[in-house]
Write a protein that binds this ligand. Structure first.
Ligand code: XMP
Length: 523
C-alpha cells in the first residue's frame, strides 16, 4: 500500500529539502520534484497535496520558472510558499510587483480565520524574505494575513483548496510555522499521518525479502550511520545471504573498528557474514610522502575500492550490491529537486568496477538522516552507532595536515577521544541540570593534527612537539557553520588532558573559524 504522498514542487531556492523534512515530521510522506516534471508525472504520484517552494527570482523575469495553469484545476490542495505564492497569484490573474519595502527576517503578521491558522495566534512572528509582493490577489481569493509592509502575507481560496503564504513557515524563525504546515496537511489535505518509521522498517524488510529472494547481497560497511542501518536492515531481512565487508583503513576514530565488529561480528546480534579487512599498513604505505589534500583523498578513496574489490572476488558473483544512499544524496545529485549540485559526498568513492553484481539496491534512498536514525533504533542498533556524528569517508586522513603516519594517527585518535569524552560529559551535565540541551552543543566536534611543531617546556625539559587543533561547529545543514561556544573551562580541561596524556603534543588550539571561509574539515 502506498503512503499518502505530498509533493514539494521545487522552483529553485534553498528550502526544498527543509520543507520536505517538515512535512515528514508530521508523519506524512513527502517527495521533492523539480518544476520541470510534467503535470502527468505529478499525477502519477497520486499526491494528496502539493507545496510550491520559494525560488530565487521574480515571476516577471524571463528565465523564471512557471508552471502549467492546469495544476490548479486538479482539485489537489496546493500551498504556495514565497515565490510559490507569487507564482500562484500571477498564474491565476493576480498581480505581483516590486514591493515598496522589502521584508527580510522576523516579521509579525496578523492572521484572520482560516483552516491554515487553526491554533495559531492572531499575531504571530514569521520569517520573511522577499523583494516582490502581491498587490492584487486573483479573483475568488481572500487575504487571510498581513504585516506592516506586506498587505498580502497569506491568501486563499478555501473552496478550491488553494493556499499561499508570502513567508517561510518551514524555518524555525517562523514561530508557529510548523503548526501552519500541519494545518495544511491535516485540515486541508485530509492527511492521516501514515508515515511511521516503525512501519517503514517492517515494510522495507518485507519488500527486500521479496526482491532478493534467495539471492546474495554484498555491502560495504563503513561504520557510519547510513551503512550501519543498511546492514542492520538487510540482515534482518535476509540474514546470512548478506555479506558485509568492513575495511579498517587505519583512519578511523579510536576503538571504532572494534565497536563495529562488536555489533556486526560473530558475537553481535545481527545475523550476517561479516568480513573485517585490516588494511591499516597497506594504507599507511600508500600515503607515505603524500601531503597534498586532494591526492590524499583520492588515494584513500581508490584504495578503498581496490580492497573492496579484492574481498568481493573472494566471495564470487553476487546478485545485488547494496548502497547506503539517502534522500538528500538523491535530491542533491539532481534526481529530485531543482537546486544545483553543491557537492556529492560519498563514503565509497564511486562504484567498484570489478565487482560482479546484477543490480544495485538502495533501501534508504527515500529517507532523511533523522529518519535513518529512527530506523536504526527500530532495528536495535546501539545508540552510540545511531547517533554518531558525521565522519568523512577519508576519515582521519583529512584531519591530519600533511603526511599521514601511524604515529600521527595515534596522536589524533587519542586527542579526539579525550575531546569528545569531555564535551559529552559537559553536555550531559548541562542537560541534567537544565533539562535541555546546552546552547553551545556542537553538531560536529573533533580534534585534528596541525602539521605545526613548536617549542615548549615540560618539567625541566625543552620540547619540540605537535599542536593539536580542536574544532567544534554548530550548523543545520553543514553547508554553513559557526564555531561553537564551548565553555572555556571545558576547553581547558581538554587541553590539560591532551598535553598530559598524549605523547608528542605540547600545544592545543581552538579553531574559531566559521564556514565560510573555513570548511568544517581541515583538508
Ligand atoms: P566540509 O569540510 O566540506 O564538510 O565543510 C562538510 C561536512 O561533510 C563532511 N565531509 C565528508 N563526508 N566524505 C564524507 O562522507 C568526504 O569526503 C567528506 N568531506 C567532508 C564533513 O565531516 C562535514 O560534516
Amino acid at each position: 500500500m502506498q503512503n499518502e504522498t505530498v509533493i514539494v514542487l521545487d522552483f529553485g531556492g534553498q528550502y526544498n529539502q527543509l520543507i520536505a523534512r517538515r512535512v515528514r515530521e508530521c508523519n506524512v510522506y513527502c517527495e521533492v520534484m523539480s518544476y520541470k516534471n510534467s503535470i502527468e508525472k505529478i499525477k502519477e504520484k497520486n499526491p494528496v497535496g502539493i507545496i510550491f517552494t520559494g525560488g530565487p527570482n521574480s515571476v516577471y523575469d524571463e528565465k523564471s520558472p512557471h508552471y502549467d495553469k492546469a495544476i490548479f484545476e486538479l482539485g489537489i490542495p496546493i500551498l504556495g510558499i514565497c515565490y510559490g505564492s507569487q507564482l500562484m497569484a500571477y498564474t491565476l490573474g493576480g498581480h505581483v510587483d516590486t514591493a515598496p519595502v522589502s521584508e527580510y527576517g522576523k516579521t509579525e503578521i496578523t492572521t484572520s480565520e482560516s483552516k491554515l491558522f487553526e491554533n495559531v495566534d492572531k499575531n504571530t512572528v514569521v520569517w520573511m524574505s522577499h523583494t516582490d509582493y502581491i498587490d492584487k490577489i486573483p479573483e475568488g481569493f481572500k487575504i487571510t494575513a498581513y504585516s506592516n509592509d506586506c498587505p498580502c502575507a497569506a491568501y486563499e481560496n478555501e473552496e478550491k483548496k488553494l493556499y499561499a503564504v508570502q513567508y517561510h513557515p518551514e524555518v524555525n524563525h517562523s514561530v508557529q510555522g510548523q503548526q501552519m504546515l500541519k494545518n495544511f496537511l491535516f485540515n486541508v489535505c485530509g492527511c492521516k499521518g501514515d508515515w511511521l518509521m516503525s512501519d517503514f522498517a517492517q515494510k522495507s524488510i518485507q519488500a527486500l525479502r521479496e526482491k532478493i529472494g534467495d539471492g546474495k547481497v554484498l555491502c560495504a560497511l563503513s561504520g557510519g550511520v547510513d551503512s550501519s542501518v543498511l546492514a542492520g536492515l538487510l540482515s534482518r531481512a535476509i540474514g546470512k545471504q548478506l555479506t558485509c565487508v568492513f575495511v579498517d583503513h587505519g583512519l578511523l576514530r579510536k576503538n571504532e573498528g572494534d565497536e563495529v565488529e562488536e555489533v556486526f561480528g560473530k558475537s553481535g546480534t545481527f545475523d550476517l557474514n561479516f568480513v573485517r579487512v585490516n588494511a591499516q599498513e597497506r594504507y599507511y604505505k600508500k600515503l607515505e610522502g603524500q601531503t597534498e589534500p586532494e591526492s590524499k583523498r583520492k588515494i584513500i578513496g581508490e584504495e578503498f575500492i581496490r580492497v573492496f574489490e579484492e574481498e568481493a572476488k573472494k566471495i564470487g558473483a553476487v546478485d545485488f550490491l547494496a548502497q547506503g544512499t539517502i534522500y538528500p544524496d538523491v535530491v542533491e545529485s539532481g534526481l529530485g529537486g531543482e537546486s544545483t549540485v553543491i557537492k556529492s559526498h560519498h563514503n565509497v568513492g564511486g562504484l567498484p568496477e570489478k565487482v560482479d553484481f546484477k543490480e544495485l539496491i538502495e533501501p534508504l534512498r527515500d529517507l532523511f538522516k533523522d529518519e535513518v536514525r529512527k530506523v536504526g533504533l527500530e532495528l536495535g542498533l546501539p545508540e552510540y552507532l545511531v547517533f554518531r556524528q558525521p565522519f568523512p569517508g577519508p576519515g582521519l586522513g583529512i584531519r591530519i595536515i600533511g603526511e599521514v603516519t601511524a604515529d600521527k594517527v595515534r596522536i589524533v585518535q587519542d586527542s579526539d577521544y579525550i575531546y569528545r569524552e569531555e564535551v559529552d560529559k559537559a553536555a550531559k551535565a548541562y542537560k541534567e541540570e537544565n533539562g535541555k540541551d546546552a546552547p553551545w552543543m556542537p553538531n560536529q566536534y573533533f580534534a585534528a593534527l596541525t602539521n605545526m611543531r613548536s617549542v615548549g617546556v615540560m618539567g625541566d625539559e625543552r620540547t619540540y612537539d605537535y599542536a593539536v587543533a580542536l574544532r567544534a561547529v554548530t550548523t543545520v545543514d553543514f553547508m554553513t557553520a559557526e564555531s561553537a561556544q564551548i565553555p572555556f573551562e571545558v576547553l581547558q580541561t581538554v587541553m590539560t588532558r591532551i598535553i598530559n596524556e598524549v605523547r608528542g603534543v605540547n600545544r592545543v588550539f581552538y579553531d574559531l573559524t566559521s564556514k565560510p571561509p573555513g570548511t568544517i574539515e581541515f583538508e
